[in-house]
Design a binder for this molecule. Structure first.
Ligand SMILES: C[S@@+](CC[C@H](N)C(=O)[O-])C[C@H]1O[C@@H](n2cnc3c(N)ncnc32)[C@H](O)[C@@H]1O
Length: 227
């Protein structure tokens, strides 16, 4: 789905706006009340899903923002190579500074767009993506790109607003859209179809955080048959 169709904006204009918005927000981002009510709770869900997997070697956080999750992960899984990519250069600068003050952690943070990621095919064991997907104008392209860089049997985990119910619809389609304008949250069924269409299997979805409802979607990249 190309959300630019809804807004009469070209995808690159939407991305530019997104990058400017987050550049502006970057200095205050870690102090936002949303860290407590939304972002950290999502990071905990990713963490619980990854922490017991001792075989994972490379993990990428897409739309990594100020690197909160990447740093948390690296702290607990020192042998894993952690990567983060984000379209906002100021968010990435903060992420890099955070890694540096945390004992000079070796995390590969890069500025980049989810639609064209600078990684080779079949590279990652996991991709995580928290509260970023609703910003992507080319949702299918973004998902295909995630599939491309995951190895066979690699896992994608995405968390975003859950808007199947009335409360979520009000929060994400009304309040957030009014504030962020060029964003579009998917319903759970749309997420499931999108993953299935690009080749993910074993899709699992759960919801959590009832006050600001969130949707966790996980899928496995099965490549043998088509790659
Ligand atoms: C709400 S923040 C979430 C940051 C982080 N995942 C967290 O949990 O704190 C959304 C992030 O998505 C990034 N983003 C938006 N569009 C992007 C794109 N096309 N490619 C990569 N990152 C993007 C923004 O720059 C921003 O840092």
């Amino acid at each position: 789905m190309d959300i630019s169709l809804f807004f009469h904006k070209r995808p690159h204009e939407i991305k530019e706006k997104s990058s400017k918005r987050f550049n502006k927000w970057s200095l205050k981002y870690d102090k936002s009340i949303l860290q407590f009510f939304v972002f950290r709770r999502s990071h905990d869900v990713f963490f619980e899903n990854i922490v017991q997997d001792h075989a994972a070697q490379r993990i990428l956080d897409v739309g990594c923002g100020t690197g909160e999750f990447a740093v948390k992960l690296k702290k607990h899984k020192k042998d894993v190579r952690v990567f983060g990519i984000d379209i906002s250069s100021d968010m990435i600068n903060i992420a890099k500074a955070k890694a540096k003050v945390n004992a000079n952690m070796d995390i590969d943070f890069r500025v980049g767009d989810v639609d064209h990621m600078p990684y080779e095919d079949n590279y990652f064991d996991y991709i995580t993506c928290a509260h970023s997907f609703h910003h992507y104008p080319h949702k299918k392209k973004a998902m295909r790109e995630m599939f491309r860089v995951l190895r066979n049997n690699g896992k994608v985990m995405i968390i975003d607003g859950y808007k199947d119910g009335l409360l979520g619809k009000f929060i994400f389609d009304f309040i957030i859209k009014k504030h962020e304008v060029h964003v579009h949250h998917l319903r759970s069924g749309q997420f499931r179809r999108l993953l299935t269409n690009v080749g993910f299997k074993n899709i699992v979805q759960t919801t959590f955080n009832p006050i600001i409802p969130l949707l966790f979607t996980k899928g496995v990249a099965i490549k043998e048959a088509i790659w």
